[in-house]
Design a protein around this ligand. Structure first.
Ligand SMILES: [Cu+2]
Length: 112
């Protein structure tokens, strides 16, 4: 017994949806926060759940990134010029962070 044309069409449509979702899931969303001149730029970043945020130190001084929360959600080592730290945000929320070497340097990531 062969599938009726309408049935075949809905099968194809169904696979199309599955493939679209798979493509969306494997597409790695990333966002970059640049560290320069003792600032996080942008200081306020909004991303969707699952986004990997990359902090990139373009300053001539070393910096690190520590989440404000206790216990810390993320914590980088001191990054020299050109070094990066990344963290993937799996849960929604507002994540404040600062530089442990220069605590006046602050920013936050809103995950929604
Ligand atoms: Cu710093």
């Amino acid at each position: 017994m062969t599938a009726k044309p309408w049935c075949r069409r809905s099968l194809i449509a169904g696979w199309g949806i599955v493939l679209a979702f798979s493509a969306k899931r494997t597409e790695a969303a990333t966002a970059t926060i640049v560290i320069d001149d003792y600032l996080f730029m942008p200081a306020e970043l909004r991303v969707s759940i699952g986004t990997t945020v990359v902090w990139e130190n373009r300053d001539s001084s070393p910096h690190n990134v520590l989440s404000v929360a206790d216990p810390r959600v993320f914590r980088s080592r001191a990054m020299a010029t050109g070094e990066r730290f990344e963290f993937t945000f799996a849960a929604p929320g507002t994540y404040g962070y600062f530089c442990g070497l220069h605590p006046h340097m602050q920013g936050f990531v809103v995950v929604e």
